[in-house]
Design a protein around this ligand. Sequence first.
Ligand SMILES: Nc1ncnc2c1ncn2[C@@H]1O[C@H](COP(=O)(O)OP(=O)(O)O)[C@@H](O)[C@H]1O
Ligand SMILES: [Mg+2]
Length: 391
Amino acid sequence: MKDVSALHRLLLVPGELNLPAVSRFLTEALDADGSIVFLIDQNENELNVGAVHPAAHGLEKQLKIPVGYGVTGLVASKGHAVTLVDDSPRNKVHRALLGLRPDQTVSRMCAPAHGTASRIVGVISVHRRGSTSFTEDDLKRAQVYADLIGLRLFAEGLLGDVEEHQAQRNRLIEQASSAQEAERRRIAGDLHDGVTQARASLAFHLSAADVGLAATGPAERRIGDAQVQISAARRLATLAYDETRAAIRGLHSLILEDLGLVSALESLTQVSPQLDIEFRTDLDEISDVPDHCAAVLFRIAQEGINNVVKHAEAGHAVLSLRRAGDAVVLAITDDGVGFDLASARAQRSVDALGEHFGLSSVAERCALIGASLRIDSVAGRGTAVIVELPL
Ligand SMILES: Nc1ncnc2c1ncn2[C@@H]1O[C@H](COP(=O)(O)OP(=O)(O)O)[C@@H](O)[C@H]1O
Ligand SMILES: [Mg+2]
């Protein structure tokens, strides 16, 4: 017979519990011929073999016992230890693990391993072949061992959960910051494409006017030329102003805070005087979309509409927000030129820091809020960007 402190030492080793060593301890400590340590799976409906002593060289993987079924399964569901005399399990793998020939029986003892009072994480099963059965005293000791093991397994499971949550949290933070990064690049891009270029040509037209006025020749012609340059410059100044406003609008979601998602989306349809964008919704206001999700949906719609304006050459576009069962579906569709998704994707990965990050930031944002994204585009037919957010 072995001292419980030997088990305690095994349980104190950090990392994953050495189950074969535990199974061996149980066998020796309870003067048995062997033992099986069963673990309850995550869904709590099946017992798998965690370890068996003596070793069964992989055979143990084939034994699965439903919780509530047979003696072992009942111990797992009821939580009471039992002793059995002349037991003869029908399951062939189980028999093999107990070292039984067809005509042989075995004395067994099964004890539930509690993680907490209400939570059973496994079952230990100890057996003796031949005629020596287990006593009440053996059973009491087995239960003490089982509960020490159960507590250890439970702690291990909790630690695993904590680590998984931590990893998930880190992933989310990473995604959030890369979405932020993408947003900064988008703003930089908007400013570069719109404002900077408009300002450069504005300066060009103004100096052309300047040069024209200073040149020789009839005053009327020089003034006429200068006027042409100046009105071109004025148009560019207006354009730069609009572009700046658009970039600023992209920076904050005051509209969203002020108006709520539905009206904020509707306001997006007025971004471009050239293109008529239809807004469709069957909702007055969505109260069950969390604020951060509403902000993300708004940004996605904004990028989608920007793309339609910038690239689609569309005659008609639709922005829609609908409810579909337990989800909210945002869609931006146009009847424009469409594009090749595969090559756009390849292009995006080529210039990681390149100008085209709109669609990748849409994908990142979707991942961030757990929404699914579908982009359908057919050359000459148009594009649909569809985001489905489960609530
Ligand atoms: N609605 C659309 N219609 C046609 N082409 C589109 C549309 N949306 C996106 N594209 C194409 O996909 C490319 C990538 O878009 P995006 O990632 O938003 O980058 P950007 O708008 O900065 O070019 C665009 O350059 C354009 O060629
Ligand atoms: Mg874009």
